[in-house]
Design a protein around this ligand. Sequence first.
Ligand SMILES: [Zn+2]
Length: 297
Amino acid sequence: MEDLVVMYHYVMEPENWRGSVPISPIEFRKQVEWIREHYEIIKPEDIHRHTNKPKCILSFDDATKDQYINAFQILKKMGVPGYFAVMSGPLVERKVPIFHLVHTLLSHFSDKEIWEEISNQVNIDEIKNNCDIYYSYEMNKYRRLIKYLFNFYWPEERGRAFLEEKVISIYSSLDVFIDKFYLSEREIIEMDTCGMSIGVHCENHLPYSGNPQEFYEKEIKVCKRYLEKILNKEIKLYTPAFGGGEKSIQMQIELLPVLQENGFTLGFTTEKGLTELKEGFWHKRIDCNQLIISNVV
Ligand SMILES: [Zn+2]
């Protein structure tokens, strides 16, 4: 096991985005320069190519606009390929998943201000007792409470109504938000033309349901068809949302035959580790913020 797949989400200045942990464009460039010295950075389509150094794939999830503005422009200048996994729901259905609305809310309003507005509508003790699932990576108390409330406590429609109203108050409409926050069709086509790889992330960013055929139809097929239509080529790469979620191991086993039947050749998980790209379907990744450079070589 010596090949590396790096997982990126937002590539933007941390002070402009407080919703989750981004990597700044300068840090991103430095990291890619370091990786390029020690690895051969390849497209996922080239895993069988002979290389002198171990191979590395740079993978990007969620297809947010910063990946076009920052990551893609840097990669293009450096002549390095990246692999971008697209969430088609916002583009096709004009629907934004809850966790992206929460990231946007946290980025534009103070944590305390949000909590004060919503805390009188909920059972505070219940939320306080359960929100510690975020303890490992969310240091701020209010943010743990807010994330738990929207992702687990309130039914989706109740949280969505609150969040969409807030997002509209900043962006004037949900359509404007979607156009500013996600890659556009034109940008996806341009990235593909410039040598980037494009794959399926999901339709609506749902965790694996436990029913492989139904999950494929709902979350994968629509996105695959959409990308094949706009890019006029077969899409064979898959990065599951949340790595599949709580049922990730079950998903890797059950979904594999369905994916292969439908022409997929590679999948990328959120399990942490190095991998052997020539072997097997699923590959582990390492988050860019956990890539402790000296430990990898
Ligand atoms: Zn995602």
